[in-house]
Design a protein around this ligand. Structure first.
Ligand code: XIL
Length: 374
């Protein structure tokens, strides 16, 4: 009892003297007047098996993306077989927490089973057959989550890495250049209220930027409403420059679309080819020579990562009128896909939370930036 009294008196004194500080905002609070802040979730995170990650997500983020469960392969593995349970759980988690729920992705050349493009003899199907399959897939998946999933990455990575032409894929070779237009039309029909996006990586590159502008203009010319262009944002410590990212934000927004950063992470690890971008097919054999920080991130690199994130968020805030959301591709470093790509079995450090679920200096730097007057 006596202890209680002392405690209360101390609290009152501290409060009246102004010692009790207001708790610091979380990411979603710090940017509530700027844009949504979110993360891509895996099954353990949205199902709650990874309790600590789920707590972090609820506290920090107001939008979520599905890391894998809504890609064609996972959700529609066989012609007559859909696997909706994981995606249902993902959507339920977002709804329970009143989050902006993103769908990723409807038409992509990766993580799409071969049967989609082939007949029973293994020969390529006709344009008509593939269009029908695309329409069925989109109307089934988008239709199921109508009014729940608020925005869809309709087409992912349709522009080639160099030169800005359409990427050579089975979608392109079998259907032709209008495959993207068709995908957007089917998605719009399945949920007329949903926001529809074009999503891609390396969009800071002038050739890819121009390629996307051409594609989006051609969609707009057909009367299609592209709500936003998603810049994936799989970046390195030095590439791209802030000027390159800024040029794309400005150029895309001139099309009358929003810009979203949809898969943000910063790779601090070296690789054999100085690769940039995020082509998931571009992998290298496991090699410990490239696993340089397996026992911890040196301070000097931590500082570079911190500065890089602070610079990026300074840029994002500068253009907040053009940006709808910033989504990280993962929650903590422990589960980032960059532990296994482009080289399997490495220790990577690309996100704002470490392997103990603790905020890293980059997190603090972003919040400090947000607290400063513009
Ligand atoms: C990645 C996932 O994070 C991995 O778990 C999976 O094995 C491969 O795909 N661009 C995208 C994402 O649009 O869907 C990719 O996600 C990363 C690159």
């Amino acid at each position: 009892m006596k202890n209680n009294k002392i405690w209360i008196t101390t609290c009152l004194a501290a409060f009246s003297l102004g010692f009790v500080q207001k708790s610091e905002p979380t990411l979603k609070e710090a940017f509530q007047n700027s844009f949504y802040v979110g993360a891509a979730l895996n099954k353990a995170q949205f199902s709650g098996k990874d309790t600590k990650a789920q707590e972090l997500v609820k506290k920090q983020f107001n939008t979520i993306s599905p890391e894998n469960v809504l890609k064609w392969g996972p959700v529609h593995p066989k012609p007559e077989e859909y696997n909706f349970k994981p995606a249902d759980d993902y959507v339920a988690f977002g709804q329970q927490n009143k989050m902006f729920i993103v769908g990723h992705t409807l038409v992509w050349h990766q993580q799409t089973p071969d049967w989609v493009f082939e007949d029973e003899a293994g020969k390529p199907v006709s344009r008509e057959v593939l269009l029908k399959r695309m329409e069925n897939h989109i109307s089934t998946v988008v239709g199921r989550y109508k009014g729940k999933i608020q925005g869809w990455d309709v087409v992912n990575e349709a522009i080639a890495d160099q030169g800005g032409q359409m990427r050579p894929t089975k979608w392109l070779s079998i259907i032709g250049e209008d495959f993207a237009q068709k995908a957007f039309e089917y998605a719009h029909k399945a949920d007329p209220q949903a926001e529809l996006y074009y999503n891609d990586y390396s969009l800071y590159r002038p050739d890819k930027r121009e390629g996307v502008i051409r594609l989006v203009k051609s969609l707009q010319a057909k009367g299609i409403k592209v709500k936003a262009i998603g810049m994936q944002g799989h970046y390195g410590l030095t590439v791209p420059t802030m000027e390159q990212v800024e040029a794309s934000i400005v150029a895309f927004s001139k099309l009358g679309v929003e810009v979203n950063f949809t898969e943000l992470d910063i790779d601090v690890l070296p690789n054999p080819s100085q690769r940039q971008g995020a082509d998931i097919a571009e992998t290298f054999d496991a090699d410990q020579k490239f696993n340089v920080y397996s026992s911890g991130l040196p301070d000097s690199v931590q500082q570079k990562l911190t500065k890089r994130y602070a610079d990026l968020f300074t840029l994002f805030r500068k253009h907040q009128d053009k940006i709808g959301r910033i989504t990280f591709w993962g929650v903590t470093d422990a589960n980032s896909w960059l532990n296994n790509w482009p080289i399997k079995g490495r220790t990577s450090y690309p996100l704002l939370f470490d392997r103990q679920y603790q905020p890293k200096p980059a997190y603090q730097a972003i919040l400090n930036m947000a607290a400063q007057k513009k």
